[in-house]
Write a protein that binds this ligand. Structure first.
Ligand code: COA
Length: 385
């Protein structure tokens, strides 16, 4: 009998050359490039192309890709109408899954991908990747206005991806610090090996389902609080704790009740997530420039310190979601939009894995260890007690 490993922990599900994690040293690299260097020196457009194509582009290729993205930002009137018909009180991740899935009705899914995966497919995959990466940002930003009863802000083709996203989200031209921080956040969340949502995308892709179905599967998976949904929970948790002096009693109570501490722990990292280190610095940079340190951040620092003494021995440290929510909060972004913003970024990694999966596809079909009843005879309903 094959060994069963719950959660497939440590089980390789694929071969991939897109990203790598060294969980002991706390290193994340995209195509060999360290995340810290990318967050400092790259931009989302370049990082997305690196993930898709495998190499840092030259300036002509980057310019071309950037122009393609700018040209694909608008969403159809009918998609906006679908969004308008959704309840404003629903979670934005439900909206996002619905809206992305609805694009499949307009751009078609069936019969385009072939099992042999030729150059025609590669062309299609690239075009769809551009279309979805560009539109994901527009849809998330548009929802902020639609759910408040307003018309969405039209995308601006003269702005970068991060700049335009913040502009569409807030209706205000963002300042350079806001753009740089959002750009770095989009870079840092863009890819993370075979995480749950990427795996969901790969499973769906392995059936040769089209891209809108693939991404819709990934969005649904990202929404869960054990995955991308954790960034929203972190801020709600810090609000509940209130002040640094409340941390100790609150933590003792939660651990006693065997509850998880949101934004802490990771299957792959046994040290602090390198992205958490960068995000923490960004919160401080933001506070510096804006002239105030938020009480929420002080509570987060106190909680991290308290957790380290208790959970450090289990290798449980802050993950990417621990400080990202605080940063977004400080930037005035509504809490329930944190996970959709994660998707605005992770779409680059999902599309890269979609492409990689198709290039050497075999349908995912694992086995199971049956724990049910042995064979037995059917009992007519009148004879059942
Ligand atoms: N709070 C408290 N204890 C935690 C913890 C957390 N956030 N994360 C892990 N642990 C503990 C577990 O209880 C377990 O303890 P035990 O050995 O005494 O039973 C040990 O650390 C190992 O954790 P495990 O549940 O095996 O880790 P996993 O790899 O299955 O799960 C996560 C990983 C991310 C799902 C888990 O750490 C978690 O739930 N974190 C909070 C949610 C979150 O922030 N998710 C975003 C991830 S980027």
């Amino acid at each position: 009998m094959s060994e069963y490993l719950p959660g497939l922990a440590g089980v390789p599900a694929t071969k991939s050359n897109i990203s790598s994690i060294d969980g002991e040293k706390g290193i994340l690299a995209y195509r060999g490039y360290d995340i810290q260097e990318l967050a400092e020196k790259s931009n989302f457009e370049e990082t997305a192309l690196l993930l898709l194509d495998g190499e840092l582009p030259d300036s002509a290729a980057l310019e071309d890709f950037d122009q393609q993205l700018r040209g694909e930002r608008k969403i159809k009137y009918h998609v906006r109408e679908i969004m308008r018909n959704l309840p404003a009180t629903g979670h934005p991740m439900e909206m996002l899954q619905t809206a992305i899935s609805s694009l499949g009705m307009f751009y078609g899914n069936a019969g385009i991908l072939t099992e042999s995966y030729g150059s025609e497919d590669l062309y299609y995959v690239h075009n769809m990747s551009v279309k979805i990466i560009a539109r994901m940002a527009t849809i998330v930003a548009a929802w902020e206005h639609v759910r408040n009863g307003y018309d969405p802000i039209e995308p601006r083709p003269d702005m970068t991806h991060a700049e335009n996203f913040m502009y569409m989200l807030t209706g205000v031209e963002p300042d350079p610090l806001t753009v740089r921080i959002m750009d770095a956040c989009l870079i840092m969340h863009a890819e993370h090996t075979i995480n749950a949502s990427t795996f969901a995308a790969m499973v769906c892709a392995s059936t040769l389902a089209g891209p809108f179905r693939v991404i819709s599967a990934a969005i649904g998976t990202l929404a869960g609080p054990l995955h991308g949904g954790a960034n929203q929970r972190v801020v709600e948790m810090l609000d509940e704790i209130g002040r640094p002096e409340n941390v100790k009693d609150w933590l003792d109570m939660k651990l006693e009740e065997k509850e998880v501490i949101w934004g802490m722990g990771h299957r792959e990292y046994k040290t602090k997530d390198p992205r958490a280190i960068i995000l923490q610095k960004m919160v401080m940079e933001w506070a510096d420039k804006k002239g105030n340190l938020s009480p929420m951040f002080e509570t987060a620092l106190a909680l991290e310190e308290a957790c380290e003494t208790i959970l450090g021995s289990k290798g449980v440290y802050p993950n990417v979601d621990y400080y990202s929510g605080i940063l977004y909060s400080e930037m005035g972004i509504p809490t329930d939009q944190f996970t959709p913003i994660f998707a605005v970024s992770r779409i680059a990694g999902w599309m890269a894995h979609w492409r990689e999966q198709l290039s050497d596809n075999r349908i995912f079909r694992p086995t199971q260890i049956y724990t049910g009843h042995p064979p037995r005879d059917y009992v007519p309903i009148e004879q059942r007690s």
